[in-house]
Design a protein. Structure first.
Length: 156
């Protein structure tokens, strides 16, 4: 089964500032929850490009370490980019990042299509564990962006 997460957040910053922040893979550790123990294991370029490979490890469950390989497959500066898992825990992970300039700033939308491995067991894990963890990760990122861009506090 393919699942979808869609999140939208207003960023009262310029499209240029939003793109500069989100297009740098080096900012990933700063918007990832500390409880995931996320660490880049590659030394990415400052700005992404199509074909860029990122490697990183994290601990989604206590004591369980997982390493991922992701590829940046599409980039259309400053409107969108796509990252896809090449090696990792999901059967499918396709994450689209959209940025739309508005009079208030930038509307950022994430759309993630994902599927788990392990058939019925994966479906059960999704219902009781995975979806809740993914929601917590996106909630953390939303809250962290309020800290990084303090002017966001007035928009919640």
């Amino acid at each position: 089964m393919i699942h979808t997460i869609e999140r939208t957040q207003m960023l009262p910053i310029s499209a240029t500032a939003a793109w500069a922040f989100f297009s740098s893979p080096r900012n990933l550790p700063d918007i990832t929850p500390p409880w995931l123990a996320f660490s880049l294991t590659s030394d990415p370029a400052e700005t992404m490009y199509p074909g860029m490979i990122l490697t990183y490890c994290l601990k989604p469950l206590k004591g369980v370490s997982m390493c991922w390989v992701s590829e940046i497959t599409h980039v259309a500066e400053p409107r969108f980019f796509v990252d896809e898992q090449r090696i990792g825990p999901y059967r499918l992970w396709h994450h689209q990042h959209f940025f739309r300039e508005t009079p208030e700033g930038v509307e950022m939308t994430d759309i993630v299509h994902y599927a788990l491995k392990w058939g019925l067991f994966g479906d059960i894990a999704h219902r009781w564990i995975v979806r809740k963890k993914l929601d917590r990760i996106f909630d953390y990122r939303r809250d962290r962006l309020v800290e990084i861009f303090p002017e966001l506090q007035h928009h919640f």
